[in-house]
Design a protein around this ligand. Structure first.
Ligand code: NAD
Length: 256
C-alpha cells in the first residue's frame, strides 16, 4: 500500500480520487481549506508552508505520490494564485518528501479551458514566477471586463509549467513522473451551479464540445489520476492528458 497526498480532497475530483485510492487500500492524506486531514489555504504563503509542514509531520517525511486537485474557477485574481502558485508550492514543497518515497509520482489538474484563447500577460507573468505581477495582470483583465480569461490562463500556465518542470533535475532525473490531466466539464460543486442555469449551461456546452459520453463525473477522472501516480506508470511524464470526451480534438486543429 502507498501513501498519497491529495489536495482539494474535500470536494469534487479530489474527494472522488481520495475515495478511489482508499478503496484500493492506500493511505490518503487529504488537504483542503477545511474538512480534511490538513487545513491549509493554498492562496497564501502561510497556508503553503502549513501544507508542507503538516505533510512532513503526518508522513515522517516520506510520500509516494501527490495529486494536486485544489483549484477554483472564479473570474478573480485569487484563481491564478491557487491554480498556479498554490499548485506549484504544493508540488515543489512536497518534492523532497517524494524523493524519500517508493516509486514516487505526481499529477495536477489543468483543464481543456487552457486551449481557449487566454490572456498572455497573465500566462507570461505566472511562468516567470512573479505572483505580484500575475495578480496585477489578472486584475487588469478584470478591469477590462475580461476576467473570464483568468481561469484558462491559470490552466494554460500550469500545463506549460508541467512540461518544463517534468524534465528537470528535481523530477525526471530523480525518477519522478510529473503530469497533468486536463478535464472537460466534470459535474462537481464547481460546475453544478453553472450547469443548473440553462443560459450558462448553453455557454459551457458551446465552449467545451463533448462528442463522447457527455459530461464526466469525478469518479471517471479518479482512475486516470490513480494510474498516472501508480508504479505502473514508468515512462509517461511531462504530458497534459485530456479527459474531455473529445473537446480538445474538436477545439484544436489536428496540425498543432
Ligand atoms: P471543487 O470545487 O469540487 O473542488 C475544489 C476543491 O479545491 C474544493 O474543495 C476547494 O475547497 C479547494 N480549494 C479551493 N481554493 C483553495 C485554497 N485556496 N486552498 C486549498 N484548497 C482550495 O472542484 P472540482 O471540479 O473538483 O475541481 C478540481 C480541479 O479540477 C480544479 O483544479 C479545477 O479547476 C479542475 N477542473 C475542473 C473541471 C470541472 O468541470 N469540474 C474541469 C477542468 C478542470
Amino acid at each position: 500500500s502507498r501513501t498519497y497526498l491529495v489536495t482539494g480532497a474535500a470536494s469534487g475530483i479530489g474527494r472522488a480520487t481520495a475515495a478511489h485510492l482508499r478503496e484500493q487500500g492506500h493511505t490518503v492524506i487529504g488537504a483542503d481549506l477545511k474538512g480534511t486531514d490538513i487545513s491549509a489555504d493554498l492562496a497564501t504563503p502561510d497556508g503553503r508552508t502549513e501544507l508542507v509542514d503538516r505533510a512532513r509531520e503526518l508522513t515522517g517525511g516520506c510520500l509516494d505520490a501527490v495529486i494536486a486537485c485544489a483549484g477554483l474557477a472564479h473570474f478573480i485574481p485569487l484563481t491564478v494564485q491557487v491554480n498556479y502558485f498554490g499548485v506549484i508550492a504544493t508540488l515543489e514543497g512536497l518534492c523532497p518528501l517524494l524523493t524519500a518515497g517508493t516509486d514516487p509520482r505526481a499529477v495536477l489538474i489543468s483543464s481543456v479551458a487552457a486551449v481557449h484563447p487566454t490572456d498572455q500577460a497573465i500566462v507570461d507573468a505566472a511562468l516567470a514566477g512573479d505572483e505580484d505581477a500575475t495578480v496585477s495582470a489578472a486584475q487588469a483583465a478584470m478591469d477590462r471586463g475580461e476576467g473570464y480569461a483568468i481561469y484558462g490562463s491559470s490552466k494554460q500556465a500550469i500545463a506549460r509549467w508541467v512540461r518544463r518542470t517534468a524534465i528537470s533535475d528535481d523530477w525526471a532525473a530523480a525518477g519522478i513522473p510529473l503530469n497533468a490531466v486536463a478535464p472537460g466539464t466534470v459535474v462537481t460543486p464547481m460546475t453544478e451551479p453553472m450547469l443548473a442555469n440553462p443560459e450558462i449551461r448553453k455557454v459551457v456546452d458551446a465552449s467545451v464540445p463533448m462528442p463522447l459520453h457527455g459530461h464526466a463525473h469525478p469518479e471517471q477522472v479518479a482512475p486516470l489520476l490513480a494510474w498516472l501516480t501508480s508504479p505502473e506508470n514508468t515512462h509517461v511524464t511531462g504530458q497534459v492528458i485530456y479527459l474531455d470526451g473529445g473537446a480538445d480534438a474538436a477545439l484544436r486543429s489536428d496540425n498543432t
